[in-house]
Ligand binder design. Structure first.
Ligand SMILES: [Zn+2]
Length: 317
């Protein structure tokens, strides 16, 4: 059993043992789900060997059971509640929890914002999370698209907002997915898709602009590279993804990508509006309320509201 535990650690993601790095013939360490599968395979293999009279002690050790957790009980609430559930001692404990597989780890946004050195990166997190931008939309923003004060000259929205404008030829090759018509009239951008800006978005924007935005930049795009020989050039969506992926790994948050923040934004809007698809559609710029429903409109089957509703239907309350 000790050898098996060592094996699991050696192929695992976060092992700092005598090998120094995970042992996998020069490949990446196993992810959490691969480790789960590996543990299940090992358990199955040694249990089978046990039935053939081989390593019976080991088979017995890997065939443990445990008391059901709260989560197990919830999962089983339609069936009978078992007294014991099978357990696998080789299965690694889950460190990263997510509300939904598409979303970031719980609390990831706060951890990221607290753990990022550059004001630009803190701004990216805040804008993705509060504005629900697609990464292409964020990277495609020009400074003229931002109307971050009350009563902007465009006259299209009284509170702070940005205009998402589709441009075919941005220097960083980012393109907004939406194609609403837009124009520049007397130096003021009008049209496009309007997204409201939160106070935190404005705060992080000014921090970035005053501390890090290069005065020499002539392209007029919002996000720029801060290091290396391409310093000052526009930042691409791939650059944002890389930055988030690296930060996620460094801070132990597992898979971390820009779209996860858009999912969180959608879910938060739905939560706050009792699942109002039309509000969610407008807040996040989805093409239709149907898209929102299909992608994000899954009810949490274990939420108190849903449980209470079922209790009522069943005459339990
Ligand atoms: Zn405007």
């Amino acid at each position: 059993m000790q050898h098996l535990e060592r094996y699991m650690a050696a192929v695992g993601a976060e092992y700092a043992g005598p090998y120094g790095r995970p042992w996998r013939e020069g490949k990446k360490p196993y992810s959490q789900s691969s480790l789960d599968s590996a543990a299940a395979c090992l358990k199955g293999f040694y249990r089978f060997q046990g039935t053939q009279g081989i390593h019976q002690e080991l088979a017995a050790m890997s065939d443990r059971s445990r008391l059901p957790t709260k989560a197990d009980r919830r999962r089983m609430f339609l069936g009978h509640v078992a007294q014991e559930v099978p357990a696998n001692p080789l299965r690694p404990t889950r460190r990263v929890r997510r509300r939904h597989p598409k979303m970031l780890a719980d609390g990831a946004r706060e951890t990221l914002i607290g753990g990022l050195q550059w004001a630009r990166n803190r701004m990216i997190m805040t804008w993705l999370g509060d504005g629900g931008f697609r990464v292409g939309e964020l990277c495609g923003l020009h400074l003229v698209d931002l109307h971050l004060r009350e009563g902007a000259d465009c006259g299209e929205c009284t509170s702070p907002h940005v205009h998402i404008c589709h441009r075919e030829f941005n220097p960083n090759r980012s393109r907004a997915k939406i194609k609403e018509p837009w124009a520049v009239e007397g130096g003021v951008v009008t049209g496009g898709q309007i997204r409201r800006a939160s106070p935190a978005m404005i705060h992080t924007y000014f921090e970035y602009l005053t501390m890090e935005y290069p005065a020499s930049a002539t392209h007029g795009m919002l996000l720029v590279q801060l290091k290396g020989h391409r310093r000052g050039e526009p930042l691409s969506p791939a650059g944002v993804r890389q930055m988030m992926g690296r930060a996620g790994r460094r801070l132990g948050l597992g898979r971390t990508n820009p779209h996860g923040l858009r999912h969180e934004f959608a879910t938060a809007v739905l939560d706050a509006t009792n699942g109002n698809m039309v509000i969610a559609r407008d807040a996040g710029g989805w093409a239709s309320a149907k898209t929102v429903e299909e992608t994000y409109g899954h009810t949490d089957l274990h939420s108190p509201v849903f449980m209470a509703a079922l209790d009522q239907v069943w005459g339990e309350s």
